[in-house]
Design a protein around this ligand. Structure first.
Ligand code: ADP
Ligand code: MG
Length: 697
């Protein structure tokens, strides 16, 4: 039974009652394995607890003692309260204070045995004190051996689950970890890379032996930690690669061919000369289309690189072969814009182009659905409305997904299921750092457009404090006078949507009446009805509006080549990828374009790094790398990224080397020692469970 320990629900672990189990489950800890694969956030050396008398100003230390008194007191500043506790050991006493944490009143009581960890500082008359130390109350018998007297793991407190509860629980579970715990890593791989076996690695990652390098531990670079990170990366890559093999074995029902007739048709459609990058990407895609296995390709290219026409030409090949194409975009505005473009280019070729969004209702929708099902509609542009059940295709041969990171994994899979093993082309303007691409899209082939259509000048970018607002307005007016157009963008944070909307609305009025009274100003925001949005976008595209004040709905894909100014308000609130997307709205035509990032001081370090990156480079790939560094991978794509695997140990920013190593090793292993179908089945099952992914790409 021992191998079952890891999959045992925590609820059945000794000492965990139903209530604790519920607390644990709420933070995602369901099985013993979940618990053991949750690293401490850091480690403290409490092997040498310092006597209080030995504390000196500036010294960071752990100490242990009893609370001799504690309480809340007011300060001279109204509304500010300080909680104080006096802790005493055999050598002396020291005061610890916490500002504005009145709840500590319910945490500490006199006589408690505690561990404090923090920096001692001189506080004027008050003498030496600890300000906001980390604390732990040791009220159980084992306290001395688990929570002090060693290198101690500190877990992130989530919900009702404190660091101490976890440490305790992990300690108990580790006692019962079988000596012969199975190791998912192939033994030769493990041995060659000199990684410790699984069991000692798990133990050491939680309760490091005496003498382990604390610095290594806190950088998550100790052998035990590296081994577990590698394990996760390896298993993930095996899954990705296996899926890729499985897809490679599929066969399309219809052979696609490209002949002179089709080439001529493409030449007729093409409104301009393709760049080298576009040609290259198109060739890779068209080669794929002609293969017997379905294409599964990612087309990457910075904003404005010209991905749409490449996708359209690929679509044309499919259409000429008598199959249908679905073209999915993340927003209605974008779908409509694609529709108009594609319609203009393809209708002369007598292909019927249709638009399906949430806006189509009633009888119109019904007849549209009928056309799609009968095959009368050849190319259907749409939003996620395309994914709905009632949408059925006659012969769906190609799926194009624009700005694919906006869609969930399930949406993509559903759309794919509407055809018989259709070719799939996903596009993204969010350049993806190499590590992430490896990780997220390991089962996709990737084409990259690195050049830009001719005549584009790099966008000039400047970050400016609020105090320079008037200058910028002045500059914008000059641009408007020269016939250009401008975007003014406001952040829209979900929690305070109403407030921000009000701010954006007021700002639009203010801009219209006071700043740009002689110009035509429009407001676009997410709460507007679809037809109103479309009207405003169209007015801007037709130059009826000169200034478009907007919440971030203009972020994706909108194409107005005459717009030359992007003014971002509260730029400090935007992520780097988002800022880059916004900037990509300008510089799409022949005109020199400008991006102003207005910020409110003081800037956080992260915000400063983001704004600096924006001013220093316009290369989306470099931006992406920097974004990953600044933010960590947590929300690289924003919270909406649905296809992101849920890693337990891997930090994409920190662990790139391990990830790359794991990818090579996984590929080698699959090649040299192909696992039996049975092992492979088990691996894949475990993989899906573990990464909570049904499918990527
Ligand atoms: P993105 O890659 O961001 O989706 P688009 O496909 O929207 O970029 O293209 C941006 C703009 O550049 C569009 O107006 C498009 O018509 C134009 N464009 C694309 N390729 C070329 C080219 N080879 N020559 C000239 N203009 C081009
Ligand atoms: Mg686009």
């Amino acid at each position: 039974m021992s191998h079952d320990l890891l999959s045992t629900p925590l609820q059945y672990v000794k000492g965990v009652g139903p209530r604790r189990a519920a607390d644990l489950e709420r933070v995602g800890l369901i099985t013993v394995e979940d618990l053991l694969y949750r690293f401490p956030i850091r480690y403290e050396d409490r092997s040498r607890l310092l006597p209080i008398a030995a504390l000196r100003p500036g010294l960071t230390a752990a100490l242990s003692g009893r609370i001799s008194s504690c309480g809340l007191r007011s300060t001279r500043r109204p509304g500010f309260k300080i909680f104080e506790a006096l802790v005493t050991d055999q050598s002396g006493s020291i005061r610890a204070t916490w500002l504005n944490q009145p709840f500590l009143r319910d945490v500490f009581t006199r006589g408690q045995h505690v561990v404090f960890f923090g920096q001692a500082d001189m506080r004027g008359r008050g003498g030496l004190q600890l300000t906001n130390p980390q604390y732990e109350i040791l009220d159980d018998e084992q306290g001395e051996t688990i929570h002090t007297g060693r290198i101690v793991p500190v877990y992130e407190k989530t919900g009702a689950v404190t660091a101490k509860i976890q440490r305790r629980l992990v300690h108990d579970v580790l006692q019962r970890l079988p000596a012969d715990l199975a190791d998912p890593l192939p033994e030769p791989t493990r041995a060659r890379l000199e990684l410790p076996p699984r069991r000692p690695a798990i133990v050491e990652a939680h309760f490091p032996s005496d003498g382990t390098d604390l610095d290594l531990l806190n950088r998550f670079a100790a052998p035990a930690q590296r081994r577990l990170i590698f394990e996760e990366a390896f298993l993930f890559q095996v899954g990705v690669l296996t899926r890729r093999l499985a897809l490679g074995a599929e066969r399309k029902p219809t052979a696609i061919c490209v002949d002179e007739r089709i080439r001529a048709s493409a030449r007729r459609v093409l409104p301009f000369k393709l760049t080298e990058g576009q040609k290259h990407a198109l060739k890779e895609i068209v080669d794929d289309l002609q293969k017997s296995r379905p294409m599964n390709r990612l087309l990457q290219g910075d904003v404005g690189a010209g991905k749409t026409i490449v996708a359209l030409l690929a679509a044309l090949v499919i259409l000429e072969n008598g199959l249908q194409v679905a073209f999915m975009a993340p927003t209605e505005i974008l779908a409509e814009q694609h529709f108009l473009n594609i319609w203009r280019l393809l209708e002369p070729a007598r292909f019927r182009v249709a638009l399906l969004t949430g806006a189509a209702t009633g009888a119109a929708r019904k007849s549209l659905l009928a056309e799609i099902e009968s095959g009368a509609a050849h190319l259907v542009v749409g939003t996620h409305a395309l994914v709905e059940d009632r949408v059925r295709f006659n012969r769906l041969g190609l799926i194009v997904i624009d700005e694919q990171h906006r869609f969930g994994v399930v949406q993509r899979a559903t759309l794919r299921s509407k055809g018989t093993r259709p070719d799939v082309l996903v596009m993204t303007a969010t350049p993806i750092p190499r590590t992430l691409a490896l990780t997220l899209y390991g089962d996709l082939d990737v084409s990259v457009i690195r050049d830009r259509p001719p005549g584009r000048q790099p966008i000039k970018t400047a970050a400016k404090p609020e105090s320079r607002r008037d200058e910028i307005y002045h500059f914008v007016r000059a641009q408007l006078d020269a016939g250009r157009q401008a975007y003014v963008v406001y952040p829209l944070v979900e929690e305070s949507e109403k407030v921000d909307l009000k701010a954006a609305t007021e700002m639009a009025d203010h801009l219209a009446q006071e700043i740009f009274p002689h110009y035509r100003v429009g407001l676009l925001h997410g709460r507007l009805r679809a037809d109103a949005k479309q009207r405003i976008m169209k007015a801007f595209a037709d130059r009826d509006l000169q200034v478009l004040v907007s919440t971030t709905v203009v972020e994706v894909g909108v194409d107005v080549p005459n717009a030359s100014v992007m003014l971002v308000e509260h730029a400090e609130r935007f992520g780097l990828a988002q800022l880059h997307q916004l900037r990509g709205r300008v510089g799409r035509g022949q005109h020199q374009s400008y991006c102003f990032l207005l910020y409110q001081s003081p800037l956080s370090d992260d915000a400063r790094a983001r704004l600096r990156a924006m001013a220093e480079t316009t290369d989306g790939f470099e931006i992406a790398e920097r974004d990953l560094m600044v933010r960590g991978a947590g929300d690289f794509f924003g919270t909406r990224q649905a296809g992101m695997p849920t890693f337990r140990l891997i930090d994409l920013a920190r662990d790139r080397e391990v990830l790359e190593l794991a990818q090579r090793e996984a590929a080698d292993w699959l090649r040299t020692e192909p696992p039996t179908p049975k092992t492979l089945g088990e691996l894949l099952h475990a993989w899906e469970q573990r990464f909570k992914l049904i499918e990527i790409g």
